[in-house]
Design a protein around this ligand. Structure first.
Ligand SMILES: *Cc1c(COP(=O)(O)O)cnc(C)c1O
Length: 421
């Protein structure tokens, strides 16, 4: 469920009409709903209660500091995968003891930053990384709380670029080696082993892969305890999918996911962490674009938009589907037509949809891409020297620009000319 609905024939974000935002900031832009972010975060905390737990928002899905502050104010923790994301979480006022540090290749600089700034735990992904963290923590006279990310070798049955839980993926240590690696961790100075971490992929549309992974984590918890380790925290990762097609997608609900967690690991007396990104941010955001031209081609018609692949890369990168709707509500029975929906970038890959059945729209109209909150703005680039587009946050009848569109001067001034030119 989200808070982007037609009212009196016009698409709204909560109580704000989308054309009012377009008039203020120009197109294209991203717009996020506070009510949707809040609702989705709460669905998870309710699903996990009464287990002791922390819902850590995966910053990489949507990293604007205003969004992080919205969630942080509700009590959310944050899952960061870089020093930059750690600084975003801190800038949003989230204390270090609610920040977990994930990622396959943390550098020593990133370790120092988080250790000195305060961190809830590092999710360690390899033995070399574990040894480096031990050295960095010892050199600072600090102790790093760690979990070790295990790779449970389960098939998440999602897009190959976002599946992370098979043995051939680069993530975590093979679960079969866990005993060895935990034994070494226990001998390393500056580390305190507190738990186990697992994350098997993103946009999972079934619960079964989670169930397989979490049952393996439960077994491992018992085994490691028998081997003398203290396991008090289980980080179960993110990855719950969202319905990208309103008409026929029905991924599992957070309540079912919570029930699964209770069933598989709920009796171990551990504190539970989860790291959802997409399910909190995905349907909390729209990409709004203007139609520049309607071009009649040979056997097909093109909608040429002012948004392009550099603004929303998911369709060209993952072949992803986004529902596209006109901002002006089409009357019942309005004529429809198939369009190829494309951007202005000089690549054929800059195609959002082919043969998409849409209500008739014309040059100058506004259209909105649904489910664009996650992995949208964060993956944008300035390819073709197209400025990063604004981000807008709505709350009730208010809206605010939370990242402004840079001017061309700002963009050009980032380049510097060497002395010999
Ligand atoms: C990407 C990622 C997440 C979030 O995944 P979603 O599919 O957005 O929920 C959580 N944890 C880790 C370690 C990740 O890499």
């Amino acid at each position: 469920m989200d808070h982007f609905l037609y009212r009196n024939g016009t698409l709204h974000a909560e109580d704000v009409a989308i054309p009012d935002i377009a008039a203020a900031v120009g197109t294209p832009f991203y717009v996020y709903s506070t009510a949707t972010l809040t609702r989705h975060y709460r669905l998870f905390t309710e699903a996990l209660s009464p287990l002791p737990h922390l819902v850590c928002f995966a910053i990489k899905s949507l990293s604007n500091v205003a969004v992080l502050k919205t969630l942080g104010n509700l009590g959310a923790g944050m899952d960061v995968v870089s020093g930059g994301e750690y600084l975003r979480a801190r800038a949003a006022g989230v204390p270090g003891d609610r920040i977990v540090f994930s990622g396959v290749g943390k550098t020593r600089d990133e370790m120092r930053l988080a250790l000195t700034g305060g961190i809830r735990q590092f999710n360690v992904e390899s033995e070399p990384e574990m040894r480096a963290l031990s050295e960095v923590a010892t050199s600072l006279g600090l102790t790093a709380p760690i979990t070790i990310r295990v790779n449970p070798d389960v098939d998440a049955r999602t897009h190959e670029k976002i599946a992370t839980g098979r043995s051939e993926n680069k993530f975590g240590i093979p679960i079969a080696r866990a005993s060895l690696v935990y034994a070494e961790a226990a001998t390393l100075p500056g580390l305190q082993v507190i738990g186990i971490d697992v994350h098997i992929g993103s946009q999972l549309t079934e619960l079964e892969p989670f169930e397989q992974a979490y049952l393996k984590v439960a077994d491992l918890t018992r085994r490691l305890r028998a081997e003398g380790h203290t396991i008090t925290r289980l980080d179960l990762g993110g990855g719950l999918g969202i319905p990208y097609r309103r008409s026929n997608d029905a991924p599992p609900l957070p309540t079912d996911y919570g029930a699964l967690i209770k069933r598989t690991v709920g009796d171990l007396g551990c504190e539970i962490e989860i790291e959802p990104g997409r399910l909190i941010s995905g349907n909390a955001g729209l990409l709004v674009s203007g139609v520049i031209y309607v071009k009649h081609g040979e056997g097909r018609d093109f909608l040429i938009l002012d948004a392009a692949m550099n603004d929303l890369v998911r369709p060209s990168m993952y072949g992803a589907h986004h529902d596209i709707i006109p901002v002006a509500e089409p009357p019942v029975g309005a004529p429809r037509q198939e369009f190829d929906v494309v951007g202005q970038v000089c690549e054929t890959g800059d195609t959002f949809a082919r043969g998409r059945d849409l209500p008739l729209v014309a040059a100058g109209d506004l259209v909105a891409f649904r489910s664009a909150g996650a992995y949208g703005a964060v993956m944008a680039s300035e390819y073709n020297t197209r400025p990063l587009i604004p981000e807008v946050l709505v709350q009730g009848d208010q809206f605010a620009v939370i990242r402004a569109r840079p001017s061309f001067d700002e963009i050009l001034n980032r380049d510097t000319i060497p002395a010999w030119l």
